[in-house]
Design a protein around this ligand. Structure first.
Ligand code: AMP
Length: 408
């Protein structure tokens, strides 16, 4: 990853400054509004602490869920504020509407040693997703340092990740990346920049369509492609294997064939399941294991079978670099989670530099207690895929600073 022109928060003196930190507080909540996993809040702490310890006034901002441009209590930042208060011991002030001039008053009178402002869910304002210039300008007016630490939304050109950033283009009004984004760029960047071979990509999940472009990009760069999850059945069908009633994207059979052809041309091995755990109905509680790759008529595969687990583990043993995105089966249900956990275990056991794209694979790693064994678990699902594909992320590109920097 070319980080030329990107400065990071550790390069700045922050005393007397007002720092706007775009965080990723898009945490999962239960039906009572309790945070079920605070990993993303914990992950933001180093950057927040750097700002408060540096003596800055701090404004935190994030989106949470999909409130569709209007206030919805269900997606309020209140639980995030409460958790931040517990973790930092600071009073967390949450103004209702950032457009209200009351926020300027709060900011003016903020005690940087005791208080932090946390803006309400940015997506309560329709201007956030639309990248509305007025909304972006208002956000930018609040601070003289902009920090982006929300890698998970770096692939979106929204007001808080993109539009407001261009306002920080003066010696005394600057834009930088936070610690989290810095680590993501360093770690994921190594996958683009001559990764150690063999480089094996493990791709799973629901749809080929979501991952088509990353598959096309990876097939020329890896030495092996391991495919699982529902995606595998489109590939197996493209090869003429019976897949029964398994989930298949018929309109992508040609694309799957094209990927397989390109892999053959590039001498890249594509590993597909050789056995499966199948059910008659999606809701069946238990599955049965097939003896080989064929799936009987009317049956659907919900996980890779034990032979495939071994095969995939073997492929991963020799890897020097691994990128994993997407579960091998319906891992949310215990009866179909074995394949995903076997792959997680194999990646953890290998000596490879291992990078796990966010989302389901990250939660499988977490659930299996294997996080410590993985080189880097990305906080961004979609963002990490786009990055690995080699696409430029608007939130990262916007950080490149061409102006003179007063770092002191
Ligand atoms: P993705 O968001 O694309 O990574 O897909 C994750 C989803 O794919 C999970 O909710 C899994 O339950 C689902 N999934 C994985 N394997 C299968 C399968 N064989 N059949 C149906 N759904 C699957």
């Amino acid at each position: 990853m070319n980080t030329t022109g990107i400065h990071f928060i550790d390069e700045l003196a922050l005393a007397e400054k007002t720092v706007f930190i775009r965080c990723d507080f898009n945490v999962p909540l239960d039906s009572d509004g309790n945070i079920t996993d605070d990993t993303r809040i914990q992950a933001a702490l180093p950057t927040i602490k750097r700002a408060i310890d540096g003596g800055a006034k701090v404004i935190l901002a994030s989106h949470l869920g999909r409130p569709k441009g209007k206030f919805n209590e269900k997606y309020s930042m209140l639980p995030v504020g409460e958790r931040l208060r517990e973790l930092l011991g600071y009073e967390i002030i949450i103004p209702e509407d950032v457009m209200d001039s009351h926020v300027d008053f709060l900011l003016e009178n903020l005690d940087p040693k005791k208080q932090i402002i946390l803006l309400e869910n940015l997506r309560f304002n329709p201007g956030e997703k639309k990248n509305d210039p007025e909304f972006a300008a208002r956000l930018a007016s609040l601070a003289n340092v902009y920090v982006n630490d929300a890698f998970g939304t770096a692939h979106r050109a929204h007001a808080s990740t993109y539009g407001m950033v261009k306002h920080f283009d003066q010696k005394t009004k600057v834009r930088v990346g936070g610690y989290l984004i810095k680590r993501e760029l360093e770690q994921l960047g190594q996958l683009l920049d001559r990764p150690e071979r063999p480089f094996i990509a493990v791709m799973g999940g629901a749809k080929v369509s979501d991952k088509l472009s990353v598959l096309l990009s990876l097939v020329d760069r890896v030495q092996g492609l391991v495919i699982g999850g529902a995606m595998a059945y489109t590939f197996l069908k493209a090869k003429g294997v019976e897949v029964g009633a398994s989930r298949v994207e018929d309109d992508l059979l040609d694309d799957a064939q094209a990927i397989l052809r390109r892999a053959t041309q590039s001498k890249v091995e594509v590993h597909l399941p050789v056995d499966h755990v199948i059910v008659e109905n999606f809701d069946d509680e238990k599955g049965i294991t097939t003896p080989d790759e064929a799936i009987p008529e009317g049956m659907m595969a919900l996980d890779i079978g034990p032979k495939t687990q071994l095969l995939y583990a073997n492929v991963l043993t020799d890897a020097q670099t691994v990128f994993w995105n997407g579960p091998m089966g319906v891992f949310e249900r215990d009866a179909f989670a074995a394949g995903t956990f076997a792959v997680a275990q194999a990646i953890a056991l290998s000596d490879a530099k291992s990078i796990v794209g966010g989302g389901d694979s990250a939660s499988a790693i977490q659930k299996a207690g294997l996080k410590e064994e993985i080189t880097h678990v990305s906080t961004g699902g979609g963002a990490s895929l786009e990055f690995v594909e080699g696409r430029k992320l608007p939130g990262v590109e916007a950080l490149r600073a061409h102006h003179e920097f007063d770092l002191g």
